[in-house]
Structures are given as C-alpha cells and as structure tokens.
Ligand binder design. Structure first.
Ligand SMILES: [Fe+2]
Ligand SMILES: [Fe+2]
Length: 265
C-alpha cells in the first residue's frame, strides 16, 4: 500500500505543473478512501533531489527584477495573474513539503496539510485557467521565489516552518489579496475578482492550520508563542511585517488579540 508521506515527496519531485495538480487531487481522494496508509514515524530521505520539482519555465529572478504589473495592458494583467499562479504553484509544493519532511507529528497535522495541498492545487488551476483565457500560460513571465526560500530556510525545524511559512508568508497573502482583488475590480474582471475571493477565504484556513500547529508545538514544550515567534523570525531571517494588515482575516485565521496588537506597533 502506498504511504502518504512518501507519495507527497514523489509528487513534490514531479516537474510538470498539471501532473502535480492531478497527482495531488488523486492523493487526496485515495487517502480519503483509505487506499493510502500514513506512517508518521518514518524518516524519509529526499537524497540529493532538488526541491521542488518544477518546469524549466518560469525563469526565477530576484524580486526586484520582476516587472511592475500595470493594469492598463493585457500583458500587465496577465503578469499579475502569473505571479499569483507562481505563488499557488509553490504553495502546493510547500504543503507537500510539510507532509513528507517532518515525522512524528499527530495524524491530524498530515491531514491538515493534505487539505491545504489540495486547495492550493485548486487555486493554481483557477488562476492558470484564467491566465489561459487571456492567452498566456504559466511560465510565460519571470517569477521570484521568496516563498520557497522561506521553506528552504526552515527545513530543519517544524516549529520554525509553522511560524514562518503559514503564519508569516501565507499570512502576508491575507494582507495583500484584498488590494489585488480591488485592482481587478476596477478593470471589471469579474472572474479574477471571484477567484481572489475564493483564495482569500481558503487562505484564512491555511493560516489557521499554521497557527494550530505552531501553538500545539509551543504548548508541548511550554514555550510562549509570542517570544518564540520573535526568536524564530530573527534566527531564520523572516521578512519584517509591514502593514496595512488585514486584521479581520488575521483574527479569523487564529492570531490572538495580543499578537495582532503587536503588529500595529
Ligand atoms: Fe493558495
Ligand atoms: Fe495557502
């Protein structure tokens, strides 16, 4: 019988974006139908594989070299959608990585991340289909990799991963998506607005999952979530959070009132 964490690594290694989406949806269904076992204690080795598997394009460039997106040209609009597609592509990868890499977490941890992975595959498909309707595809523009870089920096620690990927990088998405949605609203791209609403709503759930497991790990070791977050953010060089913050979404995503009050300083 296939094993969930091994299978997650195999899908992570796949280089074709569509195959990754299909593999992930199958993985989710097969796990729900009990066709896949879960071995939480297995130590899995990715050998010398370069993670994640990804297509030859998009070309990866430094964030400052990604052109500014203008909403008054078709290329500009497609470029903005393309950057979202790239984030969703890496979001699939980061959820898969959370599953295979860290052993000995409760079963629900792996199930939560499997659900996240499935939703990221859905987001990638939604954005990519819309990009196709404008005559472009994933890979047509350069992209930057800052989301994945934070995944790479936190390969040695599940608590750092939970603190800095879902609770930091994905939470930044909660702040950023409303403004992007409004840019599409202004140009009356109703489909893009609809897609961004779906993404925003689902991402609240992803950050909630990050909070759930970060707080679980803190309480297991009797750590203060606030002090621990501060230490991890410094140790792993997390980006400094800048407002405006989406306080409503962040509250729904499980941040405490105290955590939110610290953001405003
Ligand atoms: Fe997403
Ligand atoms: Fe997400």
């Amino acid at each position: 019988m296939l094993e969930l964490r091994e299978a997650a690594l195999a899908i992570l290694l796949g280089t074709d974006a569509q195959a990754k989406v299909g593999g992930l949806l199958d993985l989710f269904d097969n796990y729900q139908n009990q066709k896949i076992a879960l071995d939480v204690s297995r130590r899995i080795d990715s050998k010398d594989s370069i993670l994640p598997g990804r297509p030859l394009k998009p070309e990866l460039v430094l964030p400052r070299l990604v052109p500014k997106r203008r909403m008054d040209t078709p290329e500009g609009r497609a470029g903005l959608l393309h950057s979202l597609a790239h984030i969703e592509f890496n979001a699939m990868n980061l959820a898969l990585d959370a599953i295979w890499r860290f052993p000995n977490m409760p079963k629900e941890y792996y199930e939560d991340w499997l659900k996240v992975a499935k939703e990221e595959a859905y987001h990638f498909s939604l954005v990519n289909e819309h990009l196709h309707s404008l005559g472009f595809s994933y890979g047509d523009f350069p992209a930057h990799n800052s989301l994945w870089e934070m995944v790479e920096r936190t390969t040695d620690s599940v608590i750092a991963r939970m603190a800095l990927v879902p609770r930091t990088m994905e939470a930044r998405g909660l702040d950023a998506v409303p403004a992007i949605r409004d840019r599409f609203k202004q140009i009356k791209d109703a489909r893009a607005v609809e897609i961004l609403e779906i993404i925003l709503n689902d991402e609240i759930g992803h950050v909630l999952i990050g909070n759930r497991w970060f707080n679980f790990l803190c309480s297991k070791d009797n750590l203060s979530p606030i002090a621990t977050y501060r230490e991890l953010a410094a140790k792993y060089r997390a980006p400094v959070l800048k407002g405006p913050f989406n306080m409503v979404a962040r509250l729904q995503a499980g941040f405490t009132a105290e955590e939110l009050s610290l953001l405003e300083l």
